[in-house]
Design a protein around this ligand. Structure first.
Ligand SMILES: Cc1cc2nc3c(=O)[nH]c(=O)nc-3n(C[C@H](O)[C@H](O)[C@H](O)COP(=O)(O)OP(=O)(O)OC[C@H]3O[C@@H](n4cnc5c(N)ncnc54)[C@H](O)[C@@H]3O)c2cc1C
Ligand SMILES: Cc1ncc(C[n+]2csc(CCOP(=O)(O)OP(=O)(O)O)c2C)c(N)n1
Ligand SMILES: [Mg+2]
Length: 639
């Protein structure tokens, strides 16, 4: 038998000692040695060839997020490695264990402006907790073991840069240095049990027991601690808000949760944050501090596994470093039951009103279809143990608001990196990890377009992912942000129409289109029943506005200003804005109406007139108006 190459050593270690079963990547001449090692072990580890290295990295993130295991991606030197970067930053931001392996040039040509001679070790510096170049066969075991341990232990990206010629060398072609000892490292890994000291638990309990209105925030770090979180909420009579990446911590019909928080949060959460006197954060680094309770007069306790995240978003009095589940279990005996249930009850009432509002939107029969109708149909159809992947855009709002967690469903998306195009690759990673589970992604047309070649990957590897595209022919979220944040008319946000049904079919997948609310149920179910990968494009209303759970007065002013300053289709946008706020929370209605009245009174008048035409207080405009506006669009100046 031929002697093992350095690449064989690395692959064998990953497969035999670290249990790696999937590697996402794309070959190149900088990694031919590694590809050969993977070919030899093809029965034990599946190489999933993506069409873009970014998708390989994002698939590794999805794989790791849903399975809890190490995600692995592979790219060639130079451009391949550079393409990985976006996905690797996603892993860094969300603290996900991912190992990236890249090729480097021949060891004696590195640093000589040779072809594709990118110093990938330095390239990865800002993304990785560990990034090292292999210096020869004798170095492989030391570096590989440490890289995996760093990725798992520090929950981040580890990177191995492997010079081309070293990949094919054997142990005999290298010399172990006098200071090294072969096989002196180990691949043993056990998840540590991290629990705070009793004194610290006692201090935290004192703060929580003193609270009358305690609010709880849970995030991704509390995934898997559902029972502990519910028990805690019950004891403290405390409503639980869920940060986006912690959406699957509690089912959405739990009596304790007020759902999401932040821009796409619920008004119920916002009310809880305005009225709480104590905040307990469990496994969350929710970034938008402006949406958290104001610290004055609010006492804080936080539980986080990462000491660096304590006190990052809220000036907590007690910061407990520990695992969410373990720490909550240890904390429980120190807590007293809060007999005053009024805070929880009023949160439940707020949630009841919020759900009612969502139901009104979901029941719309308007064409073009409101995206909420599409998301709600998906919500009704998916299985109790589905894996749900999000993307970045307005679609993220609809997904998180209208798809409600139930059963053992798992949910995740790109976090603070907020990268478009993450949904489909996440789904590939999730499906590779769980071949038997239903895996869906809800994405925008802009994001989908960026990596749509990956539908071919799904087909090639028989990964039956279901991709639901909310097609508004726009970079929707930016359209609204340009208006809402700065008061500018939209610019550069329209998308050229693409027939995604044809794209799917061209890749060998099933493509389906849905345009009308009365057919959405059937199409969504047809997609989910299909055995292979499916792309569903839903033609949704491009003018569906983006309105936070509670709009700020200045944001309402900006909307009005943008309409006044020549936003194309201002009339249509004004109407949808009015329609939404007409049934929205009272504060939003007041803010928007005041702003529209002040800046664009004509538009407000026509909104009022149309509202008066509506039968029985329906939220939608009459269908004829929509049809006429659709036919007249675009009312955009040339160029
Ligand atoms: C278009 C778009 C819009 C968005 N808008 C919103 C929004 O309105 N609202 C919103 O909530 N998010 C929104 N997000 C996501 C947002 O940027 C953050 O990523 C998200 O809020 C973070 O959620 P998190 O706190 O659950 O996760 P993370 O930020 O990942 O925090 C998890 C925390 O848990 C800790 N941890 C990990 N394991 C454990 C453990 N075992 N025990 C204890 N602690 C642990 C980690 O150290 C970390 O501090 C949006 C994203 C996109 C793409
Ligand atoms: C890679 C990347 N480029 C640009 C952005 C900025 N951005 C955020 S959301 C968005 C629009 C997304 O459009 P689409 O995917 O169609 O979703 P929609 O908002 O229309 O639902 C853009 C351009 C980003 N987040 N990521
Ligand atoms: Mg779009």
């Amino acid at each position: 038998m031929a002697e093992k190459t350095a690449a064989d050593m690395m692959v064998d270690l990953l497969v035999d000692k670290w249990g790696v079963r999937h590697i996402f990547g794309l070959p190149g001449d900088g990694i031919n040695g590694i590809m050969e090692a993977l070919r030899k072990r093809r029965n034990d580890v599946q190489f999933i060839q993506t069409r873009h290295e970014e998708a390989a990295a994002l698939a590794a993130v999805g794989y790791a997020k849903f399975s809890g295991k190490l995600g692995v991606c592979l790219a060639t030197s130079g451009p391949g490695a550079i393409h990985l970067m976006n996905g690797l930053f996603d892993a860094k931001f969300d603290q996900v264990p991912v190992l990236a392996i890249t090729g480097m040039q021949y060891h004696d040509l590195i640093g000589t402006f040779y072809q594709q001679d990118v110093d990938t070790v330095r390239l990865m510096d800002n993304a990785a907790v560990y990034s090292e170049r292999v210096m020869g066969p004798a170095h492989v075991e030391n570096v590989t073991n440490l890289a995996v341990r760093m990725a798992l232990g520090r929950r981040g990206v580890a990177h191995i840069g492997f010079p081309n010629d070293f990949q094919g060398q054997t142990a005999a072609q290298d010399k172990v240095s006098p200071m090294d000892q072969p096989h002196h490292t180990s691949a043993d890994w056990r998840v540590p049990r991290v629990v705070p000291a009793q004194d610290d638990l006692q201090r935290a309990a004192e703060v929580l027991n003193a609270g009358k209105n305690v609010a709880i925030v849970v995030g991704a770090g509390a995934r898997g601690a559902r029972a502990e979180v519910e028990a805690l909420a019950e004891t403290l009579g405390a409503p639980v808000a869920k940060a986006y990446l912690g959406k699957d911590v509690l089912p959405d019909d739990s009596p304790y949760t007020t759902g999401g928080m932040g821009v796409f949060g619920t008004s119920a959460t916002q009310e809880v944050f305005e009225n709480c006197d104590t905040l307990l954060m469990v496994g969350s680094s929710f970034p938008y501090v402006a949406y958290l309770p104001k610290p004055e007069g609010v006492r804080g306790v936080q539980i986080d596994l990462n000491p660096a995240r304590i006190g990052l978003r809220f000036p907590v009095e007690v910061g407990l470093v520990g695992d969410a589940g373990e720490t909550l279990r240890a904390l429980r005996p120190h807590l007293r039951r809060n007999e005053d249930r009024s805070f929880l009850q009023s949160a439940q009432e707020g949630m009841r009103r919020w759900r009612e509002l969502l139901r009104t939107r979901e029941a719309s029969d308007q064409v073009p279809m409101r995206p909420q109708v599409f998301a709600a149909a998906l919500n009704r159809a998916i299985k109790d143990d589905a894996i749900i992947c999000g993307d970045c855009g307005q679609n993220t709002f609809w997904l998180t608001r209208h798809v409600h967690i139930k059963g053992t469903q798992q949910f995740s998306g790109t976090g603070p990196l907020a990268t478009m195009a993450s949904g489909l690759p996440y789904a590939l990673g999730a499906q590779a990890a769980f071949p038997g589970r239903q895996v869906v992604a809800f994405v925008g047309d802009g994001g989908f377009t960026m990596l749509m070649g990956e539908i071919a990957t799904a087909v090639k590897y028989n990964l039956p992912v279901k991709i639901f595209i909310a097609k508004n022919n726009a970079l929707g979220m930016i359209r609204w942000e340009q208006m809402m944040f700065l008061g500018n008319p939209e610019y550069g946000v329209e998308l050229q129409d693409i027939d995604f049904v044809k794209v799917a079919e061209a890749c060998g997948a099933t493509g389906l289109r849905v345009e009308r609310p009365d057919e959405v149920e059937a199409i969504v179910n047809q997609a989910l029943r299909a055995s292979g990968p499916v792309v569903v494009e839903a033609i949704v209303d491009p003018f569906e506005p983006l309105i936070p759970g509670q709009i700020k007065p200045e944001q309402a002013e900006h909307y009005a200003e943008a309409l006044k300053r020549g936003t194309p289709n201002a009339e249509r946008i004004g109407l949808t804005l009015f329609r939404d706020v007409a049934q929205d929370v009272e504060k939003n209605r007041q803010a928007l109406e005041r702003a529209l009245d002040g800046q664009v009174p004509d538009l407000r008048r026509s909104s009022r007139r149309l509202a008066a035409e509506q039968v029985g207080g329906e939220a939608d405009e009459p269908q004829e108006t929509l049809d006429a506006q659709r036919a007249a669009a675009p009312e955009r100046p040339p160029g």
